[in-house]
Design a protein around this ligand. Structure first.
Ligand code: ADP
Length: 350
């Protein structure tokens, strides 16, 4: 018997061109209509590349025709230009991506590798933007290693409003959402595949973000399911890549950059973290090498948004739950660096 489920199952055979994930996992199948054995499927996506819808159309037809006992099939492809969704600021409609109502700009912060300081940069960037007077939200999309509760020094549990949306936690002038508010330290989060996708969608859409100038998304490291869900289903204004100057980090940063490029997300710039260590005598030591972030920005033809030194104070501030960017720029070089990064980003997105 032909059911919606069996059709959905058949459509999992259709991969998004260039990715190993399928169109169902990406949430692109918007409607399945059945009349007896006749099937009408609507698939929507945002892309500027005409080859993508052509390929998906063909593959979806093939997949449906393989379903035993299927009658007449019809595949509707709804293509939206990603730029239209971003500029409109509102809901981009049935496309694969859509903007979050009330949120003016969404920026993803990604890295190829863990431990390069992506969460540190995301948190401090959020604080620096809030300090500059913007309304800012930070969504920690790392379901497996969330760090926001720690970095913002709060262990409150979020409440829901009457529409069943999660009310974000507020700390240091930033609205926060993170898995770290929902689980305690000792309970590992074991969600994978479709469930991880669903949680991520919930984090982004079923949260009462309200009016925001900026929503910063702290992506998990690498280029897995969650990152792809986000870049594919949300109209992002761009991405920031965090790397250390070290070659091993740069290799992975390139993979992250390739992922953003594949799905037409603009790379706004590179932040080089742990650029140097300055000793008490003012001498700088390039612990992880020199100029890697600069070269990577040049290679990607994007701005270097800033260089952040490695210092004990930044780590202590993070562990204490008071991001270093809260300090006056005169008191901390690192805070000053984050202020400049926020300013540059703002200039680019104006
Ligand atoms: P990621 O999100 O890339 O995994 P984190 O932001 O969690 O990395 O940083 C990893 C560790 O390094 C944390 O303990 C953080 O406090 C520390 N750290 C990050 N950037 C700096 C820096 N510029 N100076 C000192 N410590 C840093």
């Amino acid at each position: 018997m032909i059911t919606e489920e069996s059709i959905r199952e058949a459509l999992t055979q259709v991969k998004y061109p260039g990715f190993s994930r399928d169109i169902v996992a990406f949430g692109l199948v918007k409607e399945i209509k059945l009349v007896g054995a006749d099937v009408e499927v609507t698939i929507s996506m945002q892309t500027k590349d005409a080859k993508v819808p052509e390929q998906i159309f063909k593959d979806a037809q093939d997949a449906l025709n393989k379903v035993e006992g299927i009658g007449v099939t019809r595949v509707n492809i709804d293509v939206k230009n990603p730029d239209a969704g971003v500029q409109g600021g509102g809901d981009a409609g049935g496309g694969g991506k859509s903007a979050i109502p009330g949120v003016k700009k969404v920026i993803a912060v990604g890295s190829g590798k863990g431990g390069v300081g992506k969460s540190t940069v995301s948190s401090n960037l959020a604080v620096a933007l809030a300090k500059a007077g913007y309304k800012v939200g930070l969504c920690d999309c790392d379901l497996y290693g969330p760090s926001t509760a720690q970095m913002f020094g709060t262990d409150q549990q979020p409440m829901a409003n009457e529409k069943d949306e999660i009310i974000p936690i507020q700390a240091h002038g930033v609205k926060l959402m993170s898995m770290s508010f929902l689980v305690n330290d000792s309970s590992p989060v074991i969600v994978r595949g479709p469930l991880a996708t669903r949680y991520t969608q919930q984090f982004l859409r079923q949260v009462e973000w309200g009016e925001l100038d900026y929503l910063i998304l702290d992506l998990p490291p690498g280029t897995g399911d969650i990152q792809l869900t986000i870049v594919q289903t949300l109209a992002l204004d761009g991405a920031v890549i965090v790397t250390t100057p070290q070659e091993v980090a740069l290799i992975d940063a390139r993979k992250a950059a390739t992922m953003f490029a594949k799905v037409n997300v603009d790379i706004l710039g590179v932040v080089e973290n742990m650029s140097w260590f300055e000793c008490a005598h003012g001498e700088r030591y390039p612990i992880f090498g020199d100029g890697g972030g600069v070269r990577e920005a040049e290679r990607l033809k994007v701005p270097l948004l800033g260089q952040v030194p490695i210092d004990v104070h930044t780590r202590e501030c993070a562990d204490r739950g008071t991001p270093v960017a809260l300090m006056d720029a005169g008191e901390s070089v690192t805070s000053g660096a984050f202020g400049e990064i926020a300013e540059r980003l703002n200039g680019i997105l104006k």
